[in-house]
Design a protein around this ligand. Structure first.
Ligand code: TYM
Length: 422
């Protein structure tokens, strides 16, 4: 349980104190792969590579030393944008670091960049889309420039049996989804690490020099069996946090919308930012879209857990119909005892993405009181998600002709960069 703490200015930050935020050595982190004892103690485990169990988000705020998105921040966003996005209203985005500072600076006329990314390990699923939908919204509302990093190197290094042929295929496929989100081509640049490393290498080297192996072990759980590519990777994901300051030739703040699994990267980057003369990267963290099976997040490395943007209507229907729910084993028991909406992925998909606040409240009530059967919720989900994915599929087709508008050099993905001699 999270204890009630003082928050006099209602910024959400006094609750945890800056010493905790910077105290990366004092916070406990899972090893990679997570040790079983860790999972059984907390019943869940969150790392940038894996989410296991049923996540207690209040507990995670405590563990990671982040700050809840509170009324003060919500009011501030409302004051600036005139509205509150449903993902904040329904608490899908629930935590942050320095979002209040980003908003305060924005009010003074200081613009920020957005930064987010994707590790191309497979096709894009519903979970990935959530931070991107929100990033697109923020880009529109704040007219912000966006750096979108594709960590093909990360996926090669971190995944057993990976090869660059398949990772590059997914890089292309994932970029179609990213473009399909509708990001502004004039204000968005996609950086593909192995292709565009020259834009990151100097900054990442400067970051790397300031992070010890001991810190990397404490934060990421590396050990003696970790390959040295993995150990050297975190500064490369940190580098785009500082790139905007180089592009703009002045200290430029960055806001990172992502699920909270990416937080360890920002923690090490924040720790050294000011020493390097850059603003600390700010974040807004989302929860996870749960997997179709029981426990854990929707994950492309476990296709049985995911609804992919490339799935056809028949596959979507089949997957949703087979989804784990919080329902009772029989209709009679469901009518008598009601279902458990809290643990039901279908309820949460509808809550996060498709139902209005009122519809979701009614659904919750009807489910838990036995008035609603799982089949009815699944049908609602099928009827919403098929057209949603169809729309993305149409936009993905159009995106095939737009890739050069988003690359850093305006060239296509396979632009020839071979070394030649006269
Ligand atoms: P990746 O490819 O694992 O995930 C891409 C984005 O999707 C989020 N995410 C989810 N959000 C909600 N529900 C889920 N089930 C779910 N699964 C994944 C991730 O948090 C992420 O925002 N290392 C990164 C790539 C990266 C990046 C970044 C991500 C590079 N720079 C900056 C965010 C911000 C990765 O492999 O993400």
């Amino acid at each position: 349980m999270v204890q009630e703490k003082k928050d006099p200015d209602m910024t959400g930050r006094e609750e945890y104190g800056s010493s905790k935020e910077e105290g990366i050595h004092s916070v406990e982190f899972a090893t990679h792969p997570p040790a079983p004892s860790k999972i059984s103690r907390d019943d869940f485990n969150v790392t940038p590579w894996e989410v296991v169990g049923s996540v207690d988000y209040s507990n995670l705020i405590e563990k990671f030393g982040t700050f809840p998105i509170n009324e003060f921040i919500i009011d501030k966003i409302k004051k600036i944008t005139g509205e509150i996005h449903p993902f904040i209203k329904n608490k899908f985005f629930f935590s942050h670091r320095d979002l209040d500072l980003i908003l305060k600076e924005y009010e003074k006329g200081n613009r920020f960049y957005l930064y987010t990314g994707r590790g191309p390990s497979g096709q894009v699923h519903l979970g990935h889309l959530m931070p991107w939908i929100f990033t697109k919204y923020l880009q529109d509302k704040f007219d912000a420039k966006l750096i979108f990093q594709i960590t093909d190197d990360e996926k090669f290094l971190f995944k057993e049996n990976s090869n660059f042929e398949s990772i590059h295929k997914f890089t292309y496929e994932n970029i179609l989804d990213i473009i399909a989100m509708g990001f502004n081509p004039k204000r968005t640049r996609i950086i593909i690490n192995t292709r565009d490393i020259k834009y990151l290498y100097r900054i990442s080297t400067e970051i790397a020099k300031r992070i010890t192996f001991s810190t990397a072990k404490a934060v990421f759980g590396f050990d003696n069996s970790t390959n040295i590519g993995m150990i050297g990777f975190p500064p490369i994901q940190g580098a785009p946090c500082f790139l905007p300051s180089l592009i703009e030739k002045k200290p430029t703040p960055v806001l990172i919308p992502a699920a909270i699994d990416q937080d360890p990267y920002w923690r090490v980057t924040r720790d050294i930012a000011e020493k390097m003369g850059y603003p600390k990267p700010a974040q807004i963290h989302s929860k996870f879209i749960p997997g179709l099976t029981s426990g854990g997040k929707m994950s492309s490395s476990r296709p049985d857990t995911a609804l992919f943007t490339v799935n056809n209507p028949e596959t979507i229907e089949k997957k949703v119909k087979n989804t784990f729910t919080g329902g009772q084993p029989t209709i009679t028991l469901q009518r008598k005892l009601g279902g458990n909406a809290d643990i039901c992925p279908v309820f949460w998909y509808l809550n996060y993405l498709f139902d209005t606040e009122k519809e979701s409240q009614e659904r919750y009530h009807d489910c838990t009181s036995g008035n609603l059967l799982c089949g009815e919720c699944k049908n609602d989900m099928i009827n919403k998600v098929i057209p949603f994915m169809k729309d993305i599929q149409i936009k993905r087709e159009k995106a095939k002709d737009m890739i050069c508008k988003f690359t850093v050099d305006g060239k296509d993905l396979n632009a020839d960069s071979a070394i030649e001699f006269d």
